[in-house]
Design a protein around this ligand. Sequence first.
Ligand code: PA5
Length: 472
Amino acid sequence: MPLLRFDPSGSINSDFGITEDQIAGLSDTLGNLRTEMVETDQQQYESGQIPENKQPLDARFFWLPEEQLAAYQSDRAESELGRIFQVANGMHNEIDAVVVLGIGGSYMGARAMMEACCDPYHNELTRAARGSKPRMYFEGNNVDNDASSALWHRLKAGGSGPTEAEQRFAIVVISKSGGTMETAVAFRQCLAALEESLGDQAASQLGRFVIPVTGAQGKLHDLASAIGCQQVFSVPEGVGGRFSVLSSVGLMPAAMLGLDCMKLLEGAVAMNEHFRTASYEDNVVLQYVAVNHLLAKYRDKSIRVMSVWSKALESVGLWYDQLLAESNGKEGLGVTPLTTVNTRDLHSRHQQHQQGRNDKVFNNVIVENYRTDPLPVGHSERNQDELNDLSDRTLPEIMAAAIKGTNDALHEDGRPTTDILLPGIDTHVLGQLFQMLMIATVIEGRLLGINPYGQPGVEQYKRNMNKNLGRT
Ligand code: PA5
């Protein structure tokens, strides 16, 4: 399977970017940070000897893909992955929809995978066209009355066919802490809707159709026991929410959709191997960190735009926004991430990006091979739109022209770009990309002197919200 590539040439420029010498100058520092991540973190985590300034050390996401594949090889039935497959595959024939309840890192990865890898109209397809895979909805990520009401009604309406399966849904509820207000409230409401829909069967079936993914203890864990959930999946110790996409948090929903979880993990393993062994000059993770860090440091690029050139990747961009913002937005430091989807957003944001404040770097995410056959513009007898000269040109050709045209235009106005080149969009490539960006975020945080793990700043709003609700 080919590895994704990184091309920083649109940022190597003595007028508006950075220089090869500056990149080379970071080689030793980044090499040391790589060693810290590859060797020291795991030793410290496993021995429990974690220095004060590295608390919390949620570094396990790094070796988790290998760990999970090895556990599955040695015990197919009882490993976490084996249990995920049993539940997901055993349920397809019995349900038509799944509601994934979670917020932040507890749902954004699953949503990104669904949007990247499933048919964009997945939920609108017939059950047969979906291969009996369930429709999937995401809630518990807000307390929006209308959104919640609409979803509970939608679930009640069921699928389009007459079978029992088409009237049934399951809940995957994900919360590491088990106490997040938005998710807990949605779970209470959705559980009531599920119980009602199961009617007489509720007593025997509720515990099968509720699938919790949570920490080893906490309110959700207790609730799962009270409900009698047959399978409870874990958010592994040492894995933070926004670093959990390749644990049960992302894998359970992905397996429900029939996505290839093995390939997802294998893609992440391939990226780990590349990160560990590739030279500094060829290392996509270290080069990505170096270029973006130097642009922030020497060119004041405080806004990092991830420009995705595929609609399917919008939620991957939003997942990265959350990862970077919550990890490195600390102590008055860290850049501001922003996702744009092109060419769509060339008509909504580009004027500012081209000529507004020059405080941005544009990291393009470019898909080299689309899944479907290239669509030509087509010839027409009604040429009032004057497109016949392009009749043989395809959408990928127009996209390529737009990408080059946009990069060239940005450079003319002194704006740096880089390209992350994806060989295609599939689970292997997504596994690579997730792992690349998670590793890069940790390395970058440490380069800034920040602990990328933990999110102390989010606690204050939670305390205030509870106080405003009359809780002490
Ligand atoms: O990245 C994080 O840690 C957060 O976004 C959490 O995932 C989010 O706050 C949800 O937390 P929990 O899974 O405990 O409900």
